[in-house]
Ligand binder design. Structure first.
Ligand code: RIB
Ligand code: CA
Length: 322
């Protein structure tokens, strides 16, 4: 039974590995990749996605989407991912051309065409998805699973002490998605940290697979390795989008999760983009909590931790010779 997948991405180097994983996973058919402004400008994200898809000998359509957040100013991260967004590898221009049409329409049309038989994995800010929901709210009930790489479940953020980049970049879009009624799963940045990070030994093991996929996956992410270790304080290469994709591909990788009320801070001075996770389920137990909370029922399956060994084995499965 083939599982159909849509991917929304700002296609920086870690997104590229996630896109490659989806294309190399046995029972997955990627219907489209939609590009959103985030870490990179859409033009760069599109090129990187099309290069990745071409490396997989696929023809998956890539659609350009929103060039900026709904309200906020763009905040790109070329300093983290390199001038090309791929760790400075400056891969050649792909032959695969940009698909005609806007990402918002591509999301709506594909979800309607495969209602209740399509998963959505988001790897960047949620601007495209929010815009699609505003235009066609009914699609919220047609997506079997929407796995969001984003947020920080009651832990420190990466871009501010309170927030993770994808949510912080466009908090209004994230709030629309989190309140949409879509079947949401959140994989915060913390899931890809610690034991899930690729150590130097892990990286060497991936290179030893000796395939163009393994070479690509590591080459375009080693640029960020130094920042992951020295700026984030992680023990190795943190691949946030691939860990979210891994859970989308094989939910058994999630070791600890829970369904809670989750909403997004959009007015905070210090807490812009914070994913506020009601992990103790106290909202509604006392009158004074209900006024601020528009989310009445638990709305997000929040993944806290993944099985690091199974995650790395799945990565190898996707990168080795088929
Ligand atoms: O905070 C991590 C997220 O920001 C990942 O999606 C990474 O690609 C960047 O977009
Ligand atoms: Ca991303």
């Amino acid at each position: 039974m083939t599982r159909k997948l849509l991917i929304d991405s700002d296609t920086a180097s870690d997104d590229a590995v996630a896109i490659l994983m989806a294309h190399r996973y046995p029972d997955i058919k990627v219907l489209a990749v939609t590009i959103v402004s985030g870490n990179l400008r859409v033009v760069d994200g599109s090129r990187n996605a099309r290069y990745t898809i071409e490396l997989c000998d696929a023809q998956t359509p890539v659609y350009s989407g929103c060039e900026r957040p709904l309200l906020r100013e763009p905040a790109h991260a070329y300093w983290y991912h390199g001038s090309d967004g791929m760790g400075g590898m400056n891969y050649p221009e792909p032959k695969l051309r940009q698909a005609q049409g806007h990402a918002i329409d591509a999301l709506i049309e594909n979800i309607r065409a495969h209602a209740n038989d399509v998963m959505l994995v988001t790897l960047g800010p949620l601007t495209n998805v929010a815009a699609a929901l505003l235009r066609a709210p009914e699609i919220a009930s047609m997506v079997s699973r929407c796995v969001v790489m984003g947020g920080a479940a009651n832990v420190v953020g990466n871009v501010t002490p309170a927030a993770e980049y994808n949510i912080w970049c466009d908090p209004e879009a994230a709030r629309i998605v989190f309140r949409s009624g879509m079947n949401l799963e959140m994989v915060g940045w913390e899931v890809g940290r610690g034991a899930a990070a690729l150590t130097e030994t892990d990286i060497a093991r991936v290179y030893a697979l000796d395939t163009p996929y393994a070479q690509f996956a590591m080459d375009c992410n080693v640029h960020a390795l130094e920042l992951a270790k020295n700026w984030q304080g992680d023990p190795g290469m943190t691949l946030h989008d691939p860990t979210a994709m891994a859970i989308a591909l094989d939910p058994t990788l999630s070791k600890r999760s829970g369904k809670y009320r989750v909403d997004v801070e959009t007015r905070g001075e210090l807490t812009r983009g914070m994913t506020v996770v009601d992990e103790r389920r106290i909202v509604g137990t006392q009158k004074f909590f209900t006024d601020e909370w528009a989310v009445r029922e638990p709305n997000v399956l929040t993944h806290h931790e993944l099985d690091a060994a199974k995650w790395k084995a799945l990565l190898h499965q996707c990168l080795r010779k088929s």
